[in-house]
Design a protein around this ligand. Structure first.
Ligand code: BLG
Length: 466
């Protein structure tokens, strides 16, 4: 039976989405929301929206707005997107224009300044500062509100910039201060080493999806139910861990050192990392990240336990990998790469990507036997032994007598692989970002670092690119 136009009009927003088979979502193009990496579209907001579309059984269609104001304009336009998933904060001032879902992430607004300037500690310290924020953002509203109490406060809004631009402008001294959300700062801190958080402005914020105004609650209810379930079944926690779980591990000092070593040391070994990665079908940047974690890319490094070389091979591992001089960086990188692939392939098939890579890194550091012990303890606890998020909670027990005496392989420094994996993920993310073609011209990127990453055609099937 053909549906007449009357039937069309009386159907709910949710029914129409299902009939059309498309969920249209508007977002922002930024590292904390939606962007393209070597494997295609990615980002916290993108993935969450994709899961919702999957649940509805429809295709996700993403559109990007020019600025935040533009998101609200699009939502209010007839025939506009069904919702906005754009890292927007629940905002009373907009409540008459749009509807908000239940929140899915908490953040705080942070005032950002240049580390060579005197640190502002309260709103009064922002008088006489050049302040720029995103046009139409909750930050612009917060400042407008502040201005009613501090009439001398001045600030500008721009629709020509994104959060990364604001941070860069503070970093380069073009502006004195800006406001960004804590999750966005955490994600971008590394790239802007002069940038610091001065103080938190206001209470905690809640990020929510935004729907057009109207009486029809069908989509809002479906979205709220989806988000509530995502919170309950660990989906939100997993996404959070994936995108934000390893962003703070470097700290200011570590970030500065890494930026230096990226320029001064990595170029000496990049070629061998690339060759080794290609040979085994592993992203060379992951091998380089292991090397940095192990030795800061210093071929003569020695750990307290006597493990040596750029990739920190034990004597036993070196022997097994055919390495006769652990201090030779070329041999060390080749041996380390081969060992990583060996442990990766020996993991049980029940561990799938992306967790499989994190487990392989943990096994590289603590050994497959101890990792297996930790997985058994994890299962005994009613947690999932195939999820890194669960196993990393349990690993530190391997150094507590009440637990390790119950395991097959006994005592191990269980906390070490947890830091090991978190650090490597962070180094890998940064390496991925700085070796993107679009980073050309950025002062972090020099010489060989300009070249794009591994060509997907060079990857083998066994190890998916990260
Ligand atoms: C790893 C070995 C594993 C071995 C484990 O130790 O070394 N990995 C490599 O050689 C690449 O093969 O597993 S086992 O063969 O199943 O026993 C466990 O013995 C190396 C680790 C040890 C660690 N670094 C690579 O991650 C290390 O040196 N830790 C000491 C740190 S500190 O100096 O005390 O702070």
């Amino acid at each position: 039976m053909m549906l007449g136009s009357c039937a069309q009009e009386s159907s709910s927003a949710l029914e129409r989405i299902r009939e059309e088979g498309v969920l249209r979502v508007v977002t922002r193009n930024s590292p904390s929301t939606y962007f393209q990496d070597r494997n295609g579209a990615t980002g916290f907001e993108y993935e969450l929206a994709q899961l919702f579309a999957d649940e509805l059984g429809v295709e996700l269609q993403i559109e990007t707005a020019n600025d935040i104001e533009d998101i609200y304009v699009r939502l209010n336009r007839p025939g506009g997107p069904a919702l906005a998933a754009a890292g927007l904060t629940l905002n009373g001032a907009r409540a008459d224009q749009v509807r908000f879902s239940v929140p899915y992430l908490e953040s705080t607004t942070q005032v950002i300044y240049h580390r060579n300037q005197r640190r502002p500690t309260r709103p009064e310290d922002l008088l006489d500062k050049r302040i720029l924020v995103l046009k139409g953002s909750s930050h612009a509203e917060q400042l407008a509100q502040l201005k009613t109490e501090l009439p001398g406060l001045t600030f500008e809004e721009s629709s020509e910039v994104e959060v990364v631009d604001l941070l860069r402008m503070v970093d380069e001294g073009q502006i004195d201060a800006t406001l960004v959300e804590s999750n966005e700062l955490a994600m971008n801190q590394f790239y802007f080493s002069n940038v610091r958080a001065a103080f938190d402005l206001g209470e905690q914020n809640q990020l929510a999806w935004v729907l057009p105004p109207g009486e029809d609650t069908s989509l809002l209810e479906a979205a709220n139910a989806f988000l509530a379930r995502a919170r309950q079944d660990g989906t939100l926690e997993r996404l959070h861990e994936r995108y934000y779980g390893h962003v703070d591990v470097l700290g200011y000092v570590g970030a500065y050192a890494f930026a230096q070593h990226l320029q001064q040391r990595l170029p000496r070994y990049e070629k061998v990392f690339r060759e080794t990665g290609r040979k085994h079908g592993v992203d060379w940047r992951l091998l380089a990240a292991i090397g940095y974690q192990e030795s800061r890319w210093e071929p003569e490094a020695t750990s307290k336990t006597g493990v040596r070389g750029l990739m920190m091979l034990t004597l036993r591992t070196a022997k097994a990998m055919g390495v006769n001089d652990r201090l030779d960086p070329v041999q060390s990188i080749r041996g380390g790469g081969k060992y990583f692939v060996t442990v990766y392939e020996s993991l049980p098939a029940s561990i799938v990507e992306p967790d499989r890579t994190w487990f392989a890194l943990a096994a590289y550091n603590i050994g497959g036997g101890h990792l297996e012990d930790a997985r058994k303890l994890t299962a005994a606890e009613g947690l999932d032994p195939n999820k890194w998020l669960d196993v990393k909670k349990i690993l530190p027990r391997l150094s507590q007598k009440q637990w390790y005496t119950k395991t097959r392989h006994g005592y191990a420094r269980g906390g070490e692989p947890v830091h090991f994996v978190a650090n490597i993920r962070r180094y890998h993310d940064i390496l991925t970002w700085v070796t993107q073609p679009q980073m050309e011209g950025t002062r972090l990127v020099q010489g060989e670092m300009h070249s794009p990453g591994i060509n997907p055609g060079e990857q083998q099937a066994s190890l998916p690119p990260l």
